[in-house]
Ligand binder design. Structure first.
Ligand SMILES: Cc1ncc(COP(=O)(O)O)c(C=O)c1O
Length: 301
């Protein structure tokens, strides 16, 4: 069973998870902040850089292979070993269920195998802010969920694929863990506080509930299938045109290499690059409002 709450977005959910795990390591193992590190790939959302800074913990940024964007396991092992030699022994691991730029999904089994072999204390948080309402439908047998005993918490953004109003993240965590944040100080509230944000609008929680009820599981499956079909069409055409791109087969994002991109398309479709000063990739997200003729006219440019 899980606990959870509606947060302001993926950033707050990721923060909430890391904050809980930092407190757990401190309370349970008497760890000091400098012995705790957040571990994640270089493609991870920039919220984790904020989190490391705010929580005053160390950060291990792991290289990815440049075309598959999968975590370089050798680099992970080397950085864990180095951290251990510097007395960093507790790790908050962020596994991506869809990176922001490429939509690629981390292989959680490979990640945890390395951590187990290195015999370190760790907790895994799944960042599903981007893929949380897509990937479970396109790849139901994935192991980035609570059926995997190594996953402790998950974030999802309802204001992305679910199209809830902005400011609607979903934080989920196994039962018991929220106690690591419970306030002990006396205050005017009748109950304990377990969340990062204080006062907030209940309308966001209602909107998620209503959207989920309106679509139902079948409705969401159909919605995701539609955009995935469009994405397949796009990939087939890009292959024919010999255009280089990166994608995860189960996600609705295609990142197109800069050398194929023209300014007119970037502007017309408001595309986002991986790096604004030196772009290498431009991402295209297939969303609900996109139809076949829009994909065709994009490809015809
Ligand atoms: C993978 C991932 N994590 C976290 C976030 C942060 O979410 P938010 O902007 O809702 O705080 C994003 C946003 O794009 C994201 O793509």
């Amino acid at each position: 069973m899980q606990d959870g709450y509606i947060a302001a977005g993926g950033t707050e959910c990721n923060m909430q998870a890391a904050w809980i795990f930092r407190n757990l390591f401190k309370r349970k193992y008497k760890a000091e902040s400098h012995q705790i590190a957040i571990v994640h790939s270089e493609d991870t959302h920039y919220s984790v850089w904020k989190i490391a800074n705010l929580l005053g913990i160390q950060q291990l940024v792991i290289d990815v292979h440049k075309t598959s964007r999968q975590i370089n396991l050798q680099d992970l092992r080397t950085k864990i070993k180095k951290a251990k030699s510097e007395k960093i022994e507790y790790f908050i691991v962020v596994a991506n269920m869809g990176t922001t730029m490429f939509g690629t999904v981390d292989n959680i089994d490979d990640l945890t195998t390395v951590l187990d072999e290195e015999e370190v204390y760790y907790k895994v948080h799944v960042d599903g802010a981007f893929g949380g309402f897509t990937y479970p439908f396109t790849h139901p047998k994935n192991s980035l969920n609570f059926s995997n005993s190594k996953v402790t918490s998950i974030s999802l953004d309802a204001h992305k694929m679910l199209q809830a109003p902005y400011g609607t993240g979903v934080f989920l965590i196994r039962k018991g863990y929220l106690n690591y944040l419970a306030t002990t100080e006396p205050h005017f509230m009748a109950h304990k506080i377990h969340t990062l944000s204080g006062s907030r609008s209940g309308a966001n929680a209602i909107s998620v509930w209503m959207i989920l009820r309106a679509f139902g599981s079948k409705g969401l499956q159909a919605k995701v299938k539609r955009v995935m079909d469009l994405k397949k069409k796009m990939c087939t055409d890009l292959d024919k045109k010999k255009i280089e791109y990166i994608h995860d087969p189960h996600m609705n994002i295609v990142a197109i290499h800069h050398r194929h991109m023209v300014r007119e398309i970037q502007h017309h479709y408001n595309l986002v690059p991986d790096n604004h000063d030196h772009p290498t990739w431009w991402k295209v997200v297939l969303m609900d409002h996109v139809n076949e003729s829009m994909v065709q006219s994009f490809l015809d440019h």
